[in-house]
Write a protein that binds this ligand. Structure first.
Ligand SMILES: [Zn+2]
Length: 231
């Protein structure tokens, strides 16, 4: 079997999804160098950090965390691109596993009752075939044995691409796009809301507009990457 694997890697070399260097036999998806040197989002280790402040006055959060810091043209952007546009589903789950494997994250998530991935609109889901935030959430849930909830929150409005819009326009664009199916299920629960990338935080805030009707709900937030500064 090892011989076959060696032979296959000669014909189909495997590359690191972040730096595009060849992977060694014992490596999978990301090379060891990237695992050690990718810009980690260590925001949860610092109070009043940039990520926490992004949601201040908008969502009452318990913790806000991100696996990576997003840098344009960097390795994290390559990872996100592979997850979103190149069907790299395993990489999204692996990111969840990496995130949940960090000791401080594990402690922070110990009181979480449900993990809720930000849903895609059904038309977008049909085109892409999967929801990358859900796969990231699955990686977290499988590692820490927390139940995933993909039924409570739904995206009822389709939004156009947001990348070229100005901040206030984005905000208007996501108002009222989510609905909660069964608010009693989440009453008094600590919910980890999971998104792939956090930029302005508008999508998560829109989700909060729907979730806040569940009485005494507690919210934490996690993402694969946050477009902020390294700390
Ligand atoms: Zn690499």
């Amino acid at each position: 079997m090892a011989l076959i694997n060696d032979f296959l890697s000669l014909i189909y070399p495997r590359y690191c999804e972040a730096c595009e260097e060849n992977l060694f036999k014992h490596e999978d998806l990301l090379c060891n160098k990237c695992l050690l040197t990718l810009p980690k989002g260590r925001y949860h280790l610092q109070t009043h950090n940039e990520l926490e402040l992004l949601f201040a006055g908008r969502i009452p959060t318990i913790s806000v965390m991100s696996l990576f810091v997003y840098q344009k043209c960097g390795r994290v952007q390559k990872i996100l691109h592979a997850i979103k546009y190149q069907q790299q589903k395993e990489l999204a789950r692996f990111a969840g596993k990496l995130f949940a494997g960090e000791n401080e994250i594990k402690n922070t998530l110990s009181g979480v009752d449900f993990v809720l991935p930000i849903p895609l609109h059904k038309n977008k889901l049909k085109v892409r075939g999967y929801n990358q935030s859900q796969l990231f959430a699955e990686g977290i849930c499988n590692t820490l044995n927390i139940p995933i909830d993909t039924g409570s929150l739904s995206r009822v409005k389709e939004t156009s691409t947001q990348t070229k819009k100005r901040k206030y326009q984005r905000w208007e664009n996501v108002e009222g796009i989510f609905e909660v199916a069964n608010p009693t299920k989440l009453e008094g629960k600590h919910v980890l809301l999971v998104d792939d990338v956090i930029t302005t935080g508008a999508t998560l805030e829109a989700a909060w507009q729907a979730l806040k009707h569940c009485s005494d709900i507690k919210i934490s937030i996690a993402s694969i990457a946050f477009a902020g500064k390294l700390i």
